[in-house]
Write a new protein. Structure first.
Length: 116
């Protein structure tokens, strides 16, 4: 696995899941694309539409692999962040980490903060 592409919290979660023998458990992740995308100059609406087309084209190989890995129903594309979120098994995360278009994979869990 390309461990350098895994956020430390995700690496810890993978270790916990693997040690528990839960290899089919799906883990929510956010997968960042290696290439930055930015809207073109000009009219704002046209620039955003162009950005959306550019990002969807950049993300196509990652989205196709996610669907092959069985995450199709959970895949969400995030245009402004040029990232994709999905729920993957540990093996699926390892497969995505080897993909050349992946910059970083993060654990997608909400942190609950309390104040007292």
């Amino acid at each position: 696995m390309a461990a350098e592409k895994l956020e430390p919290r995700l690496a810890e979660e993978l270790k916990r899941v693997t040690q528990a023998g839960s290899l089919t458990q799906r883990i929510p992740v956010i997968i960042e694309h290696v290439k930055a995308a930015a809207p073109a100059g000009g009219e704002r609406a046209a620039g955003l539409a162009a950005l959306e087309r550019q990002v969807h084209e950049l993300q196509r190989p990652m989205v196709e692999l996610l669907r092959e890995l069985g995450a199709g129903a959970t895949v969400r594309q995030h245009v402004l962040a040029n990232a994709v979120s999905a729920e993957l098994t540990p093996d699926g995360i390892a497969e995505m980490a080897r993909h050349p278009d992946v910059r970083l994979i993060r654990l997608a869990r909400e942190d609950h903060v309390t104040t007292g």
